[in-house]
Design a protein around this ligand. Sequence first.
Ligand code: NAD
Ligand code: ZN
Length: 360
Amino acid sequence: MSYKNFPMVSKVVFGRGSFNQLNEILAPKRLSMNAPFIYLIDDVFKNNQWLTSRIPLAYDDKIVFISTKEEPKTSQVDELVEGIILTTKELPSGIIGIGGGSVLDLAKAVSIMLTNEGEAKDYQGWDLVKNAAVYHVGIPTISGTGAEVSRTTVLLGPDKKLGINSDFTPFDQVILDSELTKGVPTDQWFYTGMDCYIHCIESLKGTYLNTFSETYGTMALELCKEIFLDNNLTAIESEEKLMMASWHGGMSIAYSQVGVAHAMSYPLAYLLGIKHGVGNCIVFDHLEEFYPEGVKLFKTMKKKHNITIPQGICADLSDEDFDKMINIALNLVPLWENALGKNWKQIITPKKLKELYQKM
Ligand code: NAD
Ligand code: ZN
Protein backbone atom coordinates (compact mmCIF):
# COMPACT_ATOMS: atom_id res chain seq x y z
CA MET A 1 0.00 0.00 0.00
CA SER A 2 1.35 3.39 -0.97
CA TYR A 3 -0.04 6.34 0.98
CA LYS A 4 -0.74 9.72 -0.53
CA ASN A 5 1.77 12.45 0.23
CA PHE A 6 -0.16 15.72 0.15
CA PRO A 7 1.02 19.29 0.43
CA MET A 8 -1.04 21.58 2.64
CA VAL A 9 -1.55 25.35 2.65
CA SER A 10 1.86 26.70 3.71
CA LYS A 11 0.78 29.71 5.71
CA VAL A 12 -2.48 30.81 7.26
CA VAL A 13 -3.64 33.82 9.23
CA PHE A 14 -6.85 33.56 11.25
CA GLY A 15 -8.64 36.44 12.91
CA ARG A 16 -11.27 39.12 12.64
CA GLY A 17 -9.64 42.07 10.89
CA SER A 18 -6.60 40.07 9.71
CA PHE A 19 -7.35 41.28 6.18
CA ASN A 20 -5.68 44.53 7.29
CA GLN A 21 -2.37 42.64 7.34
CA LEU A 22 -2.48 42.00 3.60
CA ASN A 23 0.23 44.52 2.81
CA GLU A 24 2.71 43.19 5.37
CA ILE A 25 2.04 39.64 4.14
CA LEU A 26 2.49 40.45 0.46
CA ALA A 27 5.29 43.02 0.50
CA PRO A 28 8.13 40.49 1.03
CA LYS A 29 6.76 38.43 -1.86
CA ARG A 30 7.07 41.20 -4.46
CA LEU A 31 9.60 39.99 -7.01
CA SER A 32 10.21 43.35 -8.71
CA MET A 33 8.54 46.63 -9.63
CA ASN A 34 7.54 45.04 -12.93
CA ALA A 35 6.05 41.92 -11.39
CA PRO A 36 2.63 42.99 -10.10
CA PHE A 37 0.18 41.42 -7.73
CA ILE A 38 -3.06 40.63 -9.54
CA TYR A 39 -6.20 40.61 -7.41
CA LEU A 40 -9.14 38.55 -8.62
CA ILE A 41 -12.11 39.81 -6.62
CA ASP A 42 -15.77 38.75 -6.68
CA ASP A 43 -17.64 41.58 -8.39
CA VAL A 44 -20.14 41.65 -5.52
CA PHE A 45 -17.43 43.86 -3.90
CA LYS A 46 -17.06 46.22 -6.86
CA ASN A 47 -18.52 49.23 -5.09
CA ASN A 48 -17.56 48.08 -1.63
CA GLN A 49 -15.12 50.70 -0.33
CA TRP A 50 -14.85 48.94 3.02
CA LEU A 51 -13.07 46.07 1.26
CA THR A 52 -11.44 47.60 -1.83
CA SER A 53 -9.91 50.57 0.02
CA ARG A 54 -7.81 48.07 1.97
CA ILE A 55 -6.22 46.49 -1.12
CA PRO A 56 -2.60 47.71 -1.04
CA LEU A 57 -2.13 48.53 -4.75
CA ALA A 58 1.38 49.61 -5.84
CA TYR A 59 3.37 49.80 -9.10
CA ASP A 60 1.50 47.81 -11.78
CA ASP A 61 -0.76 45.91 -9.38
CA LYS A 62 -4.23 45.36 -10.74
CA ILE A 63 -7.72 44.40 -9.63
CA VAL A 64 -9.85 42.23 -11.91
CA PHE A 65 -13.47 41.93 -10.81
CA ILE A 66 -14.96 38.52 -11.48
CA SER A 67 -18.63 37.75 -12.06
CA THR A 68 -19.74 34.63 -10.21
CA LYS A 69 -23.06 34.26 -12.01
CA GLU A 70 -21.64 31.09 -13.53
CA GLU A 71 -19.14 28.63 -12.14
CA PRO A 72 -15.52 29.05 -13.28
CA LYS A 73 -14.70 27.74 -16.74
CA THR A 74 -11.45 26.57 -18.28
CA SER A 75 -11.94 29.10 -21.09
CA GLN A 76 -12.33 31.88 -18.50
CA VAL A 77 -9.02 30.85 -16.92
CA ASP A 78 -7.32 30.92 -20.34
CA GLU A 79 -8.71 34.40 -21.05
CA LEU A 80 -7.58 35.74 -17.69
CA VAL A 81 -4.10 34.28 -18.16
CA GLU A 82 -3.81 35.74 -21.65
CA GLY A 83 -4.94 39.12 -20.37
CA ILE A 84 -2.32 39.04 -17.61
CA ILE A 85 0.49 37.96 -19.93
CA LEU A 86 -0.38 40.65 -22.47
CA THR A 87 -0.58 43.48 -19.94
CA THR A 88 2.26 42.77 -17.51
CA LYS A 89 5.97 43.33 -18.05
CA GLU A 90 6.99 40.30 -16.05
CA LEU A 91 5.31 37.23 -14.61
CA PRO A 92 3.20 38.42 -11.65
CA SER A 93 4.58 38.28 -8.12
CA GLY A 94 1.31 36.77 -7.00
CA ILE A 95 -2.34 36.08 -7.68
CA ILE A 96 -4.73 36.92 -4.86
CA GLY A 97 -8.26 35.52 -4.95
CA ILE A 98 -10.86 37.29 -2.81
CA GLY A 99 -14.29 35.67 -2.89
CA GLY A 100 -16.09 32.37 -2.57
CA GLY A 101 -15.23 28.97 -4.01
CA SER A 102 -15.61 30.31 -7.55
CA VAL A 103 -13.04 33.07 -7.22
CA LEU A 104 -10.68 31.01 -5.06
CA ASP A 105 -10.69 28.28 -7.69
CA LEU A 106 -10.07 30.81 -10.46
CA ALA A 107 -7.11 32.26 -8.55
CA LYS A 108 -5.59 28.81 -8.12
CA ALA A 109 -6.10 27.91 -11.77
CA VAL A 110 -4.75 31.20 -13.11
CA SER A 111 -1.63 30.91 -10.95
CA ILE A 112 -1.04 27.41 -12.36
CA MET A 113 -1.69 28.33 -15.97
CA LEU A 114 0.72 31.28 -15.85
CA THR A 115 3.61 28.82 -15.60
CA ASN A 116 2.27 25.85 -17.55
CA GLU A 117 1.88 25.62 -21.32
CA GLY A 118 -1.36 24.99 -23.17
CA GLU A 119 -4.94 25.37 -22.04
CA ALA A 120 -6.53 24.88 -18.64
CA LYS A 121 -8.68 22.01 -19.93
CA ASP A 122 -5.51 19.98 -20.57
CA TYR A 123 -4.84 19.90 -16.84
CA GLN A 124 -8.27 18.79 -15.58
CA GLY A 125 -7.52 15.54 -13.82
CA TRP A 126 -4.95 14.29 -11.34
CA ASP A 127 -1.30 15.35 -11.24
CA LEU A 128 -1.01 16.67 -14.77
CA VAL A 129 0.58 19.99 -13.75
CA LYS A 130 4.34 20.05 -14.37
CA ASN A 131 5.60 23.41 -13.15
CA ALA A 132 5.13 25.16 -9.83
CA ALA A 133 2.45 27.85 -9.91
CA VAL A 134 2.91 31.56 -9.32
CA TYR A 135 2.63 32.46 -5.59
CA HIS A 136 -1.08 32.48 -4.79
CA VAL A 137 -3.15 33.69 -1.89
CA GLY A 138 -6.74 32.79 -1.00
CA ILE A 139 -9.03 35.07 0.99
CA PRO A 140 -12.50 33.56 1.42
CA THR A 141 -15.51 35.87 1.72
CA ILE A 142 -18.07 33.08 2.16
CA SER A 143 -17.51 29.81 3.98
CA GLY A 144 -18.24 26.21 3.16
CA THR A 145 -16.56 24.87 0.04
CA GLY A 146 -13.16 24.20 1.57
CA ALA A 147 -11.64 25.57 -1.65
CA GLU A 148 -9.34 27.66 0.56
CA VAL A 149 -7.64 24.51 1.80
CA SER A 150 -8.08 21.93 -0.95
CA ARG A 151 -5.66 20.49 -3.49
CA THR A 152 -8.02 21.08 -6.39
CA THR A 153 -9.58 23.85 -8.45
CA VAL A 154 -12.88 22.75 -9.91
CA LEU A 155 -13.55 24.00 -13.44
CA LEU A 156 -16.22 23.54 -16.08
CA GLY A 157 -14.40 22.41 -19.20
CA PRO A 158 -15.66 21.79 -22.73
CA ASP A 159 -16.54 18.22 -21.86
CA LYS A 160 -16.49 17.88 -18.09
CA LYS A 161 -16.62 19.51 -14.69
CA LEU A 162 -13.41 18.38 -13.09
CA GLY A 163 -10.68 19.78 -10.90
CA ILE A 164 -7.05 20.46 -11.59
CA ASN A 165 -5.79 18.28 -8.74
CA SER A 166 -2.09 18.75 -8.13
CA ASP A 167 0.59 19.40 -5.57
CA PHE A 168 0.88 22.93 -6.99
CA THR A 169 -2.80 23.77 -6.54
CA PRO A 170 -3.04 24.57 -2.78
CA PHE A 171 -2.63 28.18 -1.76
CA ASP A 172 0.74 29.38 -0.48
CA GLN A 173 -1.07 31.70 1.90
CA VAL A 174 -4.63 31.91 3.19
CA ILE A 175 -6.17 34.76 5.16
CA LEU A 176 -9.19 33.74 7.24
CA ASP A 177 -10.93 36.93 8.28
CA SER A 178 -14.53 36.07 9.15
CA GLU A 179 -15.53 39.72 8.98
CA LEU A 180 -15.37 39.44 5.19
CA THR A 181 -18.29 36.99 5.27
CA LYS A 182 -20.68 39.27 7.13
CA GLY A 183 -22.73 40.38 4.09
CA VAL A 184 -23.56 36.97 2.66
CA PRO A 185 -27.30 36.61 1.93
CA THR A 186 -29.06 33.94 4.03
CA ASP A 187 -29.92 31.54 1.20
CA GLN A 188 -26.38 31.60 -0.14
CA TRP A 189 -24.96 31.26 3.40
CA PHE A 190 -27.06 28.12 3.79
CA TYR A 191 -26.24 26.60 0.37
CA THR A 192 -22.49 27.10 0.68
CA GLY A 193 -22.55 26.14 4.37
CA MET A 194 -24.36 22.93 3.44
CA ASP A 195 -21.55 22.15 1.00
CA CYS A 196 -19.39 21.83 4.10
CA TYR A 197 -22.01 19.79 5.95
CA ILE A 198 -22.35 17.45 2.97
CA HIS A 199 -18.55 17.10 2.68
CA CYS A 200 -18.58 15.89 6.29
CA ILE A 201 -21.42 13.40 5.85
CA GLU A 202 -19.99 12.01 2.62
CA SER A 203 -16.54 11.67 4.11
CA LEU A 204 -17.66 10.22 7.45
CA LYS A 205 -20.05 7.73 5.84
CA GLY A 206 -17.64 6.75 3.08
CA THR A 207 -15.68 3.53 2.68
CA TYR A 208 -12.44 5.53 2.24
CA LEU A 209 -12.69 6.83 5.79
CA ASN A 210 -9.52 6.81 7.88
CA THR A 211 -8.53 8.49 11.12
CA PHE A 212 -7.05 11.53 9.36
CA SER A 213 -10.35 12.25 7.58
CA GLU A 214 -12.50 11.20 10.48
CA THR A 215 -10.98 13.61 12.98
CA TYR A 216 -11.32 16.60 10.65
CA GLY A 217 -14.79 15.50 9.52
CA THR A 218 -16.09 14.97 13.05
CA MET A 219 -14.86 18.39 14.12
CA ALA A 220 -16.45 20.08 11.10
CA LEU A 221 -19.73 18.24 11.59
CA GLU A 222 -19.94 19.32 15.24
CA LEU A 223 -19.31 22.91 14.18
CA CYS A 224 -22.04 22.68 11.52
CA LYS A 225 -24.52 21.42 14.11
CA GLU A 226 -23.68 24.35 16.39
CA ILE A 227 -23.94 26.88 13.57
CA PHE A 228 -27.10 25.62 11.94
CA LEU A 229 -29.02 24.23 14.93
CA ASP A 230 -28.00 26.10 18.10
CA ASN A 231 -29.66 29.34 19.02
CA ASN A 232 -26.89 30.49 21.32
CA LEU A 233 -24.22 31.73 18.93
CA THR A 234 -23.55 35.39 18.22
CA ALA A 235 -23.21 36.37 14.56
CA ILE A 236 -19.45 36.68 14.97
CA GLU A 237 -19.12 33.27 16.63
CA SER A 238 -21.22 31.73 13.89
CA GLU A 239 -19.11 33.32 11.12
CA GLU A 240 -15.85 32.27 12.74
CA LYS A 241 -17.04 28.73 13.36
CA LEU A 242 -18.29 28.31 9.79
CA MET A 243 -14.94 29.49 8.49
CA MET A 244 -13.20 26.77 10.51
CA ALA A 245 -15.85 24.17 9.65
CA SER A 246 -15.16 24.84 5.98
CA TRP A 247 -11.44 24.38 6.57
CA HIS A 248 -11.86 21.14 8.49
CA GLY A 249 -14.45 19.81 6.05
CA GLY A 250 -12.03 20.47 3.21
CA MET A 251 -9.24 18.71 5.09
CA SER A 252 -11.51 15.77 5.74
CA ILE A 253 -12.15 15.13 2.05
CA ALA A 254 -8.51 15.74 1.15
CA TYR A 255 -7.68 12.33 2.50
CA SER A 256 -10.93 10.58 1.52
CA GLN A 257 -13.55 11.52 -1.08
CA VAL A 258 -16.98 13.01 -1.48
CA GLY A 259 -19.96 10.79 -2.30
CA VAL A 260 -23.41 10.46 -3.84
CA ALA A 261 -24.52 14.11 -3.57
CA HIS A 262 -21.41 15.41 -5.31
CA ALA A 263 -21.49 12.70 -7.96
CA MET A 264 -25.08 13.66 -8.78
CA SER A 265 -24.70 17.44 -8.49
CA TYR A 266 -21.69 17.76 -10.83
CA PRO A 267 -23.86 16.84 -13.87
CA LEU A 268 -26.47 19.41 -12.78
CA ALA A 269 -23.76 22.06 -12.92
CA TYR A 270 -22.46 20.83 -16.26
CA LEU A 271 -25.77 20.46 -18.08
CA LEU A 272 -28.04 22.97 -16.33
CA GLY A 273 -25.54 25.47 -14.92
CA ILE A 274 -26.79 24.87 -11.38
CA LYS A 275 -24.25 26.14 -8.91
CA HIS A 276 -22.44 23.83 -6.54
CA GLY A 277 -23.96 24.78 -3.17
CA VAL A 278 -27.59 24.82 -4.23
CA GLY A 279 -27.02 21.82 -6.52
CA ASN A 280 -25.77 19.77 -3.60
CA CYS A 281 -28.80 20.80 -1.54
CA ILE A 282 -31.21 19.86 -4.36
CA VAL A 283 -29.65 16.40 -4.56
CA PHE A 284 -29.03 15.78 -0.87
CA ASP A 285 -32.70 16.45 -0.06
CA HIS A 286 -33.49 13.16 -1.88
CA LEU A 287 -30.73 10.93 -0.55
CA GLU A 288 -32.36 9.48 2.60
CA GLU A 289 -31.68 6.03 1.27
CA PHE A 290 -27.92 6.58 1.33
CA TYR A 291 -27.47 8.99 4.23
CA PRO A 292 -30.59 8.58 6.45
CA GLU A 293 -29.40 10.50 9.52
CA GLY A 294 -27.53 13.14 7.50
CA VAL A 295 -30.56 13.92 5.35
CA LYS A 296 -32.88 14.02 8.36
CA LEU A 297 -30.70 16.63 10.03
CA PHE A 298 -30.37 18.53 6.75
CA LYS A 299 -34.17 18.81 6.55
CA THR A 300 -34.30 20.08 10.13
CA MET A 301 -31.71 22.76 9.37
CA LYS A 302 -33.49 23.73 6.15
CA LYS A 303 -36.73 24.17 8.04
CA LYS A 304 -35.16 26.09 10.91
CA HIS A 305 -33.69 28.67 8.51
CA ASN A 306 -36.74 28.76 6.29
CA ILE A 307 -34.76 27.87 3.17
CA THR A 308 -36.47 26.90 -0.05
CA ILE A 309 -34.69 24.47 -2.30
CA PRO A 310 -35.54 24.77 -6.01
CA GLN A 311 -37.90 22.02 -7.19
CA GLY A 312 -38.71 20.49 -10.55
CA ILE A 313 -35.36 21.33 -12.14
CA CYS A 314 -35.34 18.07 -14.11
CA ALA A 315 -39.02 18.29 -15.09
CA ASP A 316 -38.43 19.35 -18.70
CA LEU A 317 -35.38 17.28 -19.48
CA SER A 318 -35.31 14.97 -22.49
CA ASP A 319 -34.18 11.34 -22.34
CA GLU A 320 -31.00 12.49 -24.04
CA ASP A 321 -30.37 15.04 -21.28
CA PHE A 322 -30.89 12.38 -18.60
CA ASP A 323 -28.48 10.07 -20.42
CA LYS A 324 -25.84 12.81 -20.53
CA MET A 325 -26.14 13.52 -16.83
CA ILE A 326 -26.14 9.85 -15.93
CA ASN A 327 -23.00 9.27 -18.00
CA ILE A 328 -21.16 12.14 -16.36
CA ALA A 329 -22.21 10.95 -12.91
CA LEU A 330 -21.23 7.33 -13.49
CA ASN A 331 -17.78 8.38 -14.67
CA LEU A 332 -16.99 9.75 -11.20
CA VAL A 333 -15.82 6.32 -10.08
CA PRO A 334 -13.90 7.24 -6.88
CA LEU A 335 -16.93 9.11 -5.54
CA TRP A 336 -19.21 6.09 -5.99
CA GLU A 337 -16.60 3.72 -4.69
CA ASN A 338 -16.17 5.84 -1.58
CA ALA A 339 -19.93 6.12 -1.09
CA LEU A 340 -21.00 2.57 -1.79
CA GLY A 341 -17.94 0.34 -1.88
CA LYS A 342 -16.29 -1.70 -4.62
CA ASN A 343 -19.59 -3.18 -5.80
CA TRP A 344 -21.24 0.21 -6.29
CA LYS A 345 -22.34 -0.63 -9.84
CA GLN A 346 -24.79 -3.17 -8.47
CA ILE A 347 -26.45 -0.47 -6.37
CA ILE A 348 -26.34 2.58 -8.60
CA THR A 349 -27.56 1.71 -12.09
CA PRO A 350 -28.52 4.18 -14.83
CA LYS A 351 -32.17 3.38 -14.10
CA LYS A 352 -31.73 4.14 -10.40
CA LEU A 353 -30.00 7.44 -11.18
CA LYS A 354 -32.75 8.46 -13.56
CA GLU A 355 -35.40 7.76 -10.94
CA LEU A 356 -33.52 9.93 -8.47
CA TYR A 357 -33.04 12.80 -10.94
CA GLN A 358 -36.74 12.66 -11.83
CA LYS A 359 -37.60 13.49 -8.22
CA MET A 360 -35.56 16.72 -8.36
P1 NAD B 1 -19.52 31.43 -5.10
O1 NAD B 1 -18.08 31.66 -4.97
O2 NAD B 1 -20.06 31.25 -6.47
O3 NAD B 1 -20.30 32.57 -4.34
C1 NAD B 1 -21.70 32.45 -4.17
C2 NAD B 1 -22.37 33.80 -4.16
O4 NAD B 1 -22.05 34.47 -2.95
C3 NAD B 1 -21.93 34.70 -5.29
O5 NAD B 1 -23.07 35.35 -5.81
C4 NAD B 1 -21.01 35.69 -4.61
O6 NAD B 1 -21.00 36.93 -5.28
C5 NAD B 1 -21.64 35.80 -3.25
N1 NAD B 1 -20.73 36.24 -2.18
C6 NAD B 1 -19.50 35.76 -1.87
N2 NAD B 1 -19.01 36.40 -0.78
C7 NAD B 1 -19.94 37.32 -0.44
C8 NAD B 1 -20.02 38.28 0.61
N3 NAD B 1 -19.07 38.39 1.54
N4 NAD B 1 -21.11 39.07 0.65
C9 NAD B 1 -22.12 38.92 -0.24
N5 NAD B 1 -22.11 38.03 -1.23
C10 NAD B 1 -21.04 37.22 -1.32
O7 NAD B 1 -20.03 30.14 -4.27
P2 NAD B 1 -19.34 29.08 -3.34
O8 NAD B 1 -20.44 28.21 -2.91
O9 NAD B 1 -18.45 29.69 -2.33
O10 NAD B 1 -18.39 28.30 -4.34
C11 NAD B 1 -18.89 27.46 -5.34
C12 NAD B 1 -17.76 27.06 -6.24
O11 NAD B 1 -16.75 26.40 -5.46
C13 NAD B 1 -18.15 26.10 -7.34
O12 NAD B 1 -17.58 26.53 -8.54
C14 NAD B 1 -17.56 24.78 -6.89
O13 NAD B 1 -17.23 23.95 -7.96
C15 NAD B 1 -16.35 25.23 -6.14
N6 NAD B 1 -15.86 24.28 -5.14
C16 NAD B 1 -14.53 24.06 -5.09
C17 NAD B 1 -14.00 23.20 -4.17
C18 NAD B 1 -12.52 22.98 -4.13
O14 NAD B 1 -12.06 22.17 -3.34
N7 NAD B 1 -11.75 23.64 -4.95
C19 NAD B 1 -14.81 22.53 -3.26
C20 NAD B 1 -16.19 22.76 -3.33
C21 NAD B 1 -16.70 23.65 -4.26
ZN1 ZN C 1 -18.55 20.42 -2.44
